[in-house]
Design a protein around this ligand. Structure first.
Ligand SMILES: Cc1cc2nc3c(=O)[nH]c(=O)nc-3n(C[C@H](O)[C@H](O)[C@H](O)COP(=O)(O)OP(=O)(O)OC[C@H]3O[C@@H](n4cnc5c(N)ncnc54)[C@H](O)[C@@H]3O)c2cc1C
Length: 671
């Protein structure tokens, strides 16, 4: 190997490879083959003393692909048949299962590097790099390294797990053995043999028969606990013992691969800092295979460099990420089901189709076929939980927006009752319930006596407002609209992290106007049912030109407010409220009230009170039942003016709620 020629810290290397594992080795071979190292200088930062990769790398592909991936000189064995003992032994059509010896890869890489100008740094990368317009500067083991392009293969870290994600290990321990008798069928490799104890995990044996008397026999575990050497040795001893021959151990392979469906946390240092290998998410978390992806990526990087272009990696299709999450969730929650899942899969689906699926190359119809063969209940349960988690992570605003679109569609199809059904469930579960938690927001109630006094004062406030209705329906209506506007604006601005004050109040006015004044006929129909309300005549007298002016003013004020606060949320709300003008007044208001206002309120209460949804429902139950009972009574038995009376009742129940929530928001924001 040539001696380093670039010791000066002021020199700028053309390439810096951080980590000299499988990914960067494959890349180095590809770049060299394509003449991209000619006249270039290279730096390598690799902390490991042992520059030989002892791993066994396997992958499957056609023979032509092996050549296209520059792997033909590295592949040491290939098999056409794959066996799942007791289940199947199949020809995998145009594919072969290939084996590459880790030391062959490292030796070839070393040989190539010996032809280049290389400086090695046997240390880890320190600190964050400094980026300048001409070069990138990093420090390692006290040395400063400047370079133009970095390929970084340090092992990645993961962000905190979401509920739908899982973290397991694929751990393995294997022996390369030489037997006294020719016991191995060299035409066929064993991909998964589940005829071993499962030990509260998913475990199988994997066999690569190199010769009729030489093979790698490896125990693999998918599980939360890493396989210990002792456990593995006992199982392997027993398993190999069944071959009925004595054997000699030639080599040992030990390894752990993270099976993590979480998000990689990789800092972005610009276009000239390219993550590679596992760091570039090229390791499929549900299988632990990465070699084929890394070889393909090496070709991609080479082509991009050759053409002086930015490499564009294909983003992982979201449905495959979904399948990975499902499998990992099942393996994590019900590890003993793993054996059943894989055995069923190989019993009912051709191995070549399974391999295509694991390479994420199947079509959706092939995936439907595969999933139709798997234990349905297991996957449906995992899928419904995953979908629930994904939806619950969407911004709350997605819900009313999508619902409005669906409700419009349903009303065209005259299926509006479906939307009503959903809204009614939402109203009972969150709409009423978020108000039924007001007794928790004052944080003072410690005894039944205090609770009774809270309920009485709550009802008293409502009753007092009832008296206002009795004296003057017009005054009460205006007050009701004003405090509703205040309350809705306050909750939305809280959710969107915007400053409370006149703007939040104005937003409340705008949104109420956008709902009410785009449904004037229906509004007057309802108001006419309120006894002694004279202002309803004013509504009738508004000429259509003035009504249009009010509508235009409402929308433009909303747009100005959205611009002032740079709030996309505000804009989206305005858009779906305008879309909701195609629906009935009650539906439009219901969508906003249940799916935005109450959902936000519920979330704020859950965070502020530090309570889970199930606990909150339990706490709210008595008051929800009480509230629902009163409303049902009025709707069913209050006679002709039921909507008007319902309206009055709602306003009376709303007033103490508005006070409670205002108090709660002040308390939580001051904290
Ligand atoms: C035992 C084993 C067997 C596997 N077999 C297969 C297989 O058959 N088929 C398959 O497709 N996949 C397989 N994999 C998965 C995958 O292909 C390998 O993990 C592969 O080595 C990943 O390549 P990499 O370059 O991303 O990481 P690595 O090969 O692990 O290389 C990373 C390098 O970065 C270095 N490094 C670490 N920290 C720093 C630092 N701070 N600064 C600088 N350098 C650092 C390390 O020393 C290491 O050399 C296997 C994995 C293991 C562990």
């Amino acid at each position: 190997m040539k001696q380093p020629t670039l010791a000066s810290s002021t020199s700028v290397y053309d390439f810096l490879f951080i980590g000299l594992g499988a990914a960067n080795s494959l890349l180095i071979l590809s770049l060299y083959k394509n003449g991209l190292f000619d006249g270039k200088t290279i730096a390598i930062i690799e902390p490991s003393r042992k520059l030989t990769d002892e791993k066994t790398f396997c992958f499957w592909s056609t023979k032509e692909e092996v050549v296209a991936l520059n792997l033909d000189e590295l592949v040491s064995n290939s098999w056409k048949l794959i066996e799942i003992p007791g289940i199947t032994k199949e020809n995998i059509n145009s594919l072969h299962y290939h084996h590459v010896k880790g030391p062959d890869l490292t030796n070839k890489t070393k040989e190539v590097l010996s032809q280049c100008e290389v400086n090695y740094f046997q240390s880890t990368l320190d600190h964050t790099p400094t980026l300048s317009s001409n070069y990138i500067e990093v420090t390692t083991g006290g040395s400063v390294v400047r370079c133009r392009k970095v390929f970084d293969s340090r092992p990645p870290t993961f962000s905190k797990l979401q509920k739908s994600q899982s973290s397991l290990y694929q751990s393995f321990y294997g022996w390369k053995i030489k037997t006294d008798q020719p016991v191995f069928d060299t035409s066929s490799m064993v991909l998964m043999d589940f005829n071993i104890p499962q030990h509260d995990a998913t475990q199988f044996v994997y066999v690569l028969p190199f010769e009729s008397d030489t093979a790698l026999v490896e125990l693999t575990r998918f599980g939360k606990e890493i396989l210990t050497k002792e456990e593995a040795q006992t199982i392997l001893q027993e398993h190999v013992g069944q071959l009925g021959t004595t054997f000699e151990k030639l080599e040992e392979e030990v390894g752990v691969i993270p099976m993590h469906s979480g998000t990689l946390e990789v800092a972005d240092y610009g276009d000239n800092w390219i993550p590679t290998g596992a760091r570039a998410n090229l390791l499929k978390c549900s299988t632990g295979y990465a070699f084929h992806n890394m070889a393909e990526d090496a070709i991609l990087q080479t082509k991009a460099l050759k053409n002086n272009q930015k490499p564009v990696r294909e983003t992982k299709k979201s449905r495959f990420a979904f399948y990975d999450r499902l499998l990992l969730k099942i393996l994590s929650n019900t590890p003993l089901q793993g054996k059943r899942v894989f055995e069923t899969l190989f019993k009912k689906v051709p191995v070549s189709t399974v391999l295509k699926f694991l390479r994420e190359k199947t079509t959706p119809s092939e995936e439907v076929f595969i999933f139709s063969k798997l234990p349905l209940k297991l996957f449906l349960t995992a899928a419904s939980k995953d979908i629930y988690h994904q939806i619950s992570r969407l911004p709350i605003l997605t819900l009313p927006f999508v619902f409005t679109t669906v409700a419009i569609l349903l009303s065209f199809l005259q299926l509006e009752f479906i939307a009503w059904g959903v809204l009614a469930i939402g109203f009972l579960s969150v709409g009423l319930a978020h108000g039924a938690l007001d007794h928790l927001t004052s944080r003072k109630i410690k005894s039944t006596k205090q609770l009774i006094s809270f309920v009485l004062s709550y009802l008293l406030k409502g009753a007092l407002f009832g008296i206002v209705w009795w004296f003057s329906s017009d005054v009460a209506l205006v007050l009701f609209l004003l405090y509703s506007a205040w309350h809705f604006g306050q909750a939305d601005f809280k959710e969107w992290n915007l400053k409370q004050g006149w703007q939040s109040f104005l937003w409340g006015v705008i949104l109420l106007t956008a709902i009410l004044f785009f449904h004037v006929e229906e509004l007057s129909g309802i108001l006419m049912q309120i006894p002694n309300l004279s202002s309803v005549d004013l509504l009738h007298q508004i000429p259509s030109s003035e009504l249009i002016l009010i509508q235009v003013l409402t929308v433009s004020s909303g747009l100005i407010l959205a611009r002032l606060n740079r709030s996309t949320n505000l804009l989206i709300t305005l858009i779906y409220l305008l879309m909701a003008s195609q629906l009935s007044l009650l539906m439009a208001f219901g969508i906003y009230f249940v799916l935005q206002h109450s959902m936000n309120g519920w979330k704020h209460l859950s965070l502020g009170l530090n309570k889970q949804t199930s606990v909150m429902w339990k706490n709210a139950l008595p008051f929800t039942v009480g509230g629902a009972g009163i409303l049902i009574y009025f709707l069913l038995f209050a006679g002709e003016n039921h909507i008007g009376l319902f309206f009055i009742l709602l306003s009376c129940l709303s007033l103490p709620h508005v006070f409670s929530m205002h108090h709660f928001y002040q308390l939580t924001s001051s904290k």
